[in-house]
Design a protein around this ligand. Sequence first.
Ligand code: NIG
Ligand code: FE
Length: 455
Amino acid sequence: MTLRLIEGGRSNGDAPGLLIHGASQVATLAGGIRRGDAQGDLALLDAGVVGGPGAAEAPVVATWDGRVVAVGPRDQVEAGLERNGMPLARFARLDADGGVVTPGLVDPHTHLVFAGTRERELVLRQRGAGYLEILEAGGGILSTVAATRRATEEELAAHGRRWLDEMLRHGVTSVEAKSGYGLDLATELRLLAVAHALGKEGPVDVLPTFLGAHAVPAEFRARPDGTEAYVRSVIEEQLPGVAAQGRALSCDVFCEQGVFSADQSRRILVAAAGYGMSVRLHADELAPSGGAELAAELGAVSADHLHTPSETGLAALAAAAAGGHPTVATLLPATTWFLMADEPAPARRFIDAGVPVALGTDFNPGTSPNPNLPLVMTVACLEMRLSPEEALAAVTVNAAYAAGIGDQAGSLEPGKLGDVVIWRARSVGELPYWVGADLVDVVVKRGRIVYRRAG
Ligand code: NIG
Ligand code: FE
């Protein structure tokens, strides 16, 4: 793997352009959201077909000032750049060394900012304790809330930065990040501020989501009308404060039997939409709870988990997609795996019904302490029977739409961010195949190399 300048070029830091060549395959994912039969359409440019990575027609990717400007056969791209006022001398060259090139991955569902660990729950679950049972006993989310409320902004930021770095090393260049471990206005604002600051710091873009309705906090549980009183406080106290802070791009609710009902979720999300936030849901994770139906009704950008959707919920998401207003089904197979569920989410049913499918890590201390999105692709292939191509579309273009940045990221096409990963693999099929392996050689963010494998 070598970075060298085209003769006459300037240093990489100064060069406004980056030309990535020498790829065996470039999965562009160009052409918009994927669903149904097209879920696995990678818009693939394959060097093998045109005579190997060194051939004049082999695919290259060019970025200029942080954006993709051209993708295609080398000769054609180079001539086009010169013609359009981007002299080749001003491009640094990056040799993919026969590797696979993809868009930077997007993780559309994480709980990035929190304090503490919950390894004890793994053992409790092995002994038969249920997820909601642990929560009801004051553990689960509530134990993370207690640790998070005690943590300083600096501690939260340091912890978030550690795991963002880990995500970056696995090829992730944009991350959705939920609050939800504060459950009071001051701490929720702190979590959103930290998520925003981490994104500003870069290189990974962070998209903050307000998840005040993640659980009912201890101080409300003591009251007979606790859940309802907390819902009112989310709507009347937290949401106005969060809107005034201006960091949250979207609002999420844990819509689940025994947590927040579809009705309570609707009230919170409608209020959030009134402040201009896009809406998303933790829907039907543990039992059919009307979450998928509500997501379709509200035009949510994403409905997440969907482990146990009802038939009507599935039909509602299919109808929304067919009507041109798709809610992305963001499936989280590492979570069902970690919770030792018997069955994964019915991914093939969503694909067959024409619902776009994305995949996320659900990175969090309770149900998915897993920052590795390529590993999620593997689990999706093994447990949910996605093809490697479907899984790649699910962590790139569809994940970008689920995260609300479909117009900016998730594919390699002119105008999109110059976010690119070079993988130590010869074909896309290898990405989920090497289980848990670290295949990322180089990550480019906004046209700059931000990570390179040592050695
Ligand atoms: O997506 N289910 C709700 N929220 C998280 C888990 C949070 C936790 O257990 O700390 C999830 O699985
Ligand atoms: Fe989650």
